[in-house]
Design a protein around this ligand. Structure first.
Ligand code: NDP
Length: 446
């Protein structure tokens, strides 16, 4: 048995109730096997044993009072996975599906993603099983205050800097920051994605979606391809999906389908993104409402409960959630002629789906590389705050574009160096891992 097999068996034995964490760890460890021939010192240093174990996991009670005066109790988490290359950094997710397994997988992925950005940020992730949907502003605020009254003990601008993720947008980050400031009595960059009026950065809102399109464009270049004229299907209609759609449309693509967890909207003539924004960002409504607007029903259809990947397209951008793209869906995409898949979400494709893409020559960019634009721009926000400067939209956007292009160049080179040309799973995992591993070796047994 190899070193990697031993570690994977051990990990499965120790974490039997954490399927998402096991899935992510399996993908990562399987693809970094070749590293241990080049770096025998990692095994000597028990590197993997330490790498797969979070440095710290905090679990806490979040009691709060709803609008009816009833007491509600949720569970809060922060997984501080790895701080070898910098303070923990990663989003907070408020969603009913949040549990320890999901957050450990996200924090593990985040560790490698943050390493790929080339910035000094370690990996963490947190959140709660609280569902902000259908809650009033007052309820969301009271929940955020209670959540932060415990979390604030464990975070800080040089320790751990959370941000948003699913269910945590500008409104939630604002409430969380307000409570932190009141408790700690300091106005510092302890959360990113905050409002522009109190230290936020331009482009942060757009960053993950824009970054996804920038890295995909860069990967299309050597293939003599571009977004121009291509049909694009984007799952989700949240922060990442909306701004991926905006950038894809601006570079000449036609976005023909988007969804939420109830169903998808399909229009071969191209979706009206302004309307999606109105429904999702302003009204916080359901995507099915798209058809309620006059003139929309002629060429568009809504498919309740349908799988969006059944819609034929040139480019697929999964931007909703983990495991939303199964082996079956991957086969359908291949059959329908999709040549390019780039992930805005974290681990949206199952490991079986990824195998289908790689075996069929689909260009596949994994989330940890393709969606790194959000966290990279968070780091740019931290830089602006500590220098008390605000960059223009174009300045931040140019930085973001350069970072995403560099990530592509890096993972492409590493994949080639290890003899896995065009395999960006190998390229991203090895590149991200080696930097963290070298830092861990240098810092001794900690
Ligand atoms: P949002 O909460 O803003 O949006 C999520 C979207 O996905 C919603 O439209 C939601 O629909 C939809 N969705 C959720 N579950 C499903 C499902 N099972 N099937 C179909 N659609 C579903 O989240 P974000 O856009 O911020 O995040 C999306 C993904 O991107 C996540 O994996 C996140 O971790 C990742 N990511 C986000 C970053 C960011 O900067 N925001 C950075 C890097 C990664 P509904 O409203 O019905 O739930």
């Amino acid at each position: 048995m190899s070193y990697v097999d031993d570690i994977l068996n051990d990990l499965k034995e120790k974490n039997p109730y954490e399927p998402e964490f096991i899935e992510a760890a399996t993908e990562i460890l399987e693809s970094i096997r070749p590293v241990f021939n080049v770096h025998p010192e990692y095994e000597k240093n028990f590197l993997l044993e330490r790498f797969i174990e979070p440095e710290r996991v905090i679990i806490f009670r979040v009691p709060w009072v709803d609008d009816k005066g009833d007491i509600q109790v949720n569970r809060g988490y922060r997984v501080q996975f790895n701080s070898a290359i910098g303070p923990y950094k990663g989003g907070l997710r408020f969603h009913p599906t949040v549990n320890l397994s999901v957050l450990k997988f996200l924090a593990f992925e985040q560790t490698l993603k943050n390493s790929l950005t080339g910035m000094s940020i370690g990996g963490g992730k947190g959140g709660s099983d609280f569902n902000p949907k259908d809650r009033s502003d007052g309820e969301v605020m009271r929940f955020c205050q209670s959540f932060m009254s415990e979390l604030h003990k464990y975070i800080g601008p040089d320790t751990d800097i959370p941000a948003g993720d699913m269910g945590v947008g500008g409104r939630e980050v604002g409430y969380l920051f307000g409570e932190y400031k009141r408790l700690a009595n300091v106005h510092v960059a302890v959360l990113t994605g905050v409002g522009l009026e109190f230290g936020g950065s331009l482009v942060r809102k757009e960053a993950t979606g824009y970054g996804l399109v920038y890295i995909t464009q860069k990967a299309l270049e050597p293939r003599a391809e571009s977004f121009k004229g291509k049909s694009v299907v984007i799952s989700g209609s949240g922060n990442v999906a909306i701004y991926a759609a905006e950038k894809a449309i601006s570079v000449g693509a036609k976005v023909i389908a988007m969804c939420d967890s109830n169903g998808y909207i399909h229009d071969e003539n191209g979706i009206d993104l302004d309307l999606i924004k109105k429904i999702k960002e302003v009204k916080r409504g359901r995507i099915s409402e798209y058809l309620d607007y006059p003139g929309k029903s002629k060429t568009s259809e809504y498919v309740e409960g349908g799988i969006i990947w059944n819609v034929g397209c040139d480019v697929a951008l999964p931007c909703a959630t983990q495991n939303e793209l199964s082996e079956k869906s991957a086969k359908i995409l291949v059959k329908n002629g999709t040549k390019f898949v780039a992930e805005g979400a974290n681990m949206p494709s199952t490991n079986e789906a990824i195998d289908i893409f790689l075996k069929n020559g689909v260009m596949y960019l994994p989330g940890k590389a393709a969606n790194a634009g959000g966290v990279a721009t968070s780091a740019l926000e931290m830089a602006q705050r500590s220098s008390r400067l605000s960059w223009t939209f174009d300045e931040v956007d140019q930085h973001l574009k350069r970072i995403m292009e560099n990530i592509y160049v890096d993972i492409d080179k590493v994949a080639r160096d290890y003899g896995f040309e065009n395999n960006y799973v190998v390229g991203a995992n090895i590149s991200g891992f080696v930097k963290v591993a070298n830092a861990m070796v240098a810092q001794g047994v900690v």
